[in-house]
Design a protein around this ligand. Structure first.
Ligand SMILES: Nc1ncnc2c1ncn2[C@@H]1O[C@H](COP(=O)(O)OP(=O)(O)O)[C@@H](O)[C@H]1O
Ligand SMILES: O=P(O)(O)OC[C@H]1O[C@](O)(COP(=O)(O)O)[C@@H](O)[C@@H]1O
Length: 473
């Protein structure tokens, strides 16, 4: 291979530039050209294919800094329909004219679905990214456990179990797993982007605690993650009192009971919830405001406001008045979303290091002749973290779909509303040395630099724009 293309798709994460950097560094070593496509799949769908040569003369362009958050290539959720043969043929033709011998897509489960359509036209490899940590498998046989019902609106719609996921016009549910769960067997143990998101979420929880504690309030802090509770679970490092994850339906009585216990003891409480948390029937608490994005992902309005309404109603003003709080339930219970700060800024050491490794590994897989593979970050008790690979098909169910990974049931204690010991065992290897001394030094050196007050922000987009080239007609 002499020329490889690379793109970043889906939501941005802090570790994307590190992945690009790892890929380009490895390509330099093998004297392979790297072409970066602008804004994910949208570049390929564009007849002019805006792109950037990332390693002229096999040296990495200086704009590509592995410690810079986001992606210098830009990202998007633009959809390329795999069933649209004309569109796919058009992309294949353009890639051929650009002499692209292989394509690396940096992305999550959606990107892998998008990549599938192109994998018949040229060799493709996915380098994983996502803050949600939902790309992977709890057990290697998990894809076989999916059951398809439907179609949506069809005759058997009424018998579809609550909590079923709708994808591409069908309902899907998972049958109870018969596989023995073992952390060593997880496929793609963790994905770059997750550790930094948890760092931000846990820090946010710590800071919100102060207000709840001082003002005797109940704080509900909402983390991203769609239908996966990984970020919320990681936010337990910020030591909230209670955790609600989308994987477990809300048991209102247990929640109210635990909130009362905590509040009565310490005069305040901090609850962390994943944005996709569900009610007792398995319906998303925030779903009534939901709509869809081009890839079919639900945009979740979030669970925290719904939880607040439930607690206001169940505790009532009298609960706070009786405890001489001088505040109504409405004033005493507040919500905060960690929001996009989870996705932004400088990646912490764990993400930088492994993102770069996975980017390099993706290049190696293409050069080895893999044609539809996923570079994976594996972990086991003997070796710790190490690089691996899976075939894209290993992640697909029998209908060809990739489903977002959710936290394994054994990770959560639904009575204590906190991670179980297995959940703690899962998190520990990721986070024990996840922060580097240089992360702290970067903060010390940069944040209060007086120059920041004098000099306007200079966007990397301005520099990259000067490097963008187009496919000539
Ligand atoms: N089934 C699909 N077919 C084709 N493209 C898809 C499909 N699902 C997602 N995509 C595309 O993949 C990209 C990334 O998907 P998205 O779900 O936004 O993020 P992620 O890869 O992080 O899950 C988007 O450009 C989206 O349009
Ligand atoms: O940035 P947007 O488009 O508002 O999307 C928000 C969603 O993107 C995420 O941050 C990341 O999702 P992806 O990994 O699928 O891109 C989710 O946690 C969140 O629900």
């Amino acid at each position: 291979m002499r020329r490889i293309g690379i793109l970043t798709a889906g939501g941005d994460t802090p570790a994307l530039n590190a992945t690009l950097y790892g890929a380009v560094t490895r390509a330099n070593k093998h004297r392979v050209e790297m072409i970066g496509f602008i804004k994910g799949f949208s570049s390929l769908a564009n007849p002019r294919v805006p792109h950037v040569h990332l390693n002229p003369l096999f040296s990495t362009i200086p704009e590509l800094d592995p410690a810079r958050g986001g992606t210098i290539l830009g990202a998007s959720r633009d959809y390329v329909d795999g069933e649209d043969t004309e569109a796919i043929n058009g992309i294949a033709d353009r890639l051929k004219r650009l002499q692209i011998d292989g394509l690396i897509c940096v992305g999550g489960d959606g990107t892998l679905n998008g990549m599938q359509a192109l994998s018949n036209s040229l060799p493709t490899v996915l380098a994983p990214k996502t803050i949600d940590n939902d790309l992977g498998l709890n057990t290697p046989v998990e894809p076989d456990e999916w059951v398809r019902h439907g179609p949506v609106g069809g005759a058997d719609s009424r018998t579809v179990p609550a909590g079923a996921t709708e994808i591409g016009g069908h309902w899907y549910t998972r049958s109870p797993s018969r596989a023995r769960f073992d952390l060593d067997q997880m496929v793609n143990y963790v994905t770059p982007g997750y550790a930094t998101a948890v760092f931000v979420a846990a820090s946010g929880v710590q800071r919100i605690r102060t207000t709840a504690e001082s003002h005797r309030r109940i704080a509900i802090v909402e983390c991203m993650g769609r239908h996966s509770g990984y970020i919320a679970m990681g936010a337990m490092y910020g030591r909230p009192d209670l955790l609600l994850v989308p994987e477990y339906r809300l048991d209102i009585d247990t929640l109210v009971h635990r909130v009362r216990e905590v509040y009565d003891l310490q005069k305040h409480a901090v609850i962390v919830c994943g944005e996709g948390a569900t009610d007792e029937h398995g319906n998303e608490l925030g779903a009534e405001y939901g709509s869809t994005d081009p890839a079919g992902n639900k945009i979740l309005s979030g669970a925290s406001e719904a939880l607040r309404a439930i607690l206001i109603q169940r505790l009532g003003d009298s609960y706070f008045v009786d405890r001489r709080r001088n505040e109504s339930a409405r004033a005493a219970i507040f919500t905060r979303k960690i929001g996009h700060t989870q996705r932004g800024g400088r990646p912490i050491l764990f993400d930088r290091f492994y993102a770069a490794q996975l980017g390099g590994h993706a290049v190696d897989l293409l050069l080895e002749g893999q044609i539809n593979a996923v570079a994976a970050l594996q972990w086991n008790r003997d070796r710790g973290f190490h690089l691996g690979q899976v075939m894209a098909n290993d992640l697909r169910d029998r209908w060809g779909l990739i489903h977002a990974r959710q936290i394994h049931p054994s990770f959560f204690d639904p009575v204590g509303l906190r991670p179980s010991q297995v959940g703690i065992d899962y998190l520990t290897p990721i986070f024990t040395n996840a922060l580097g001394a240089d992360d702290m030094e970067a903060l010390l050196g940069n944040l209060f630099d007086p120059a920041s007050l004098r000099i306007a922000y200079h966007s990397i987009n301005t520099d990259i724009h000067k490097r963008i080239r187009y496919l000539q007609d």
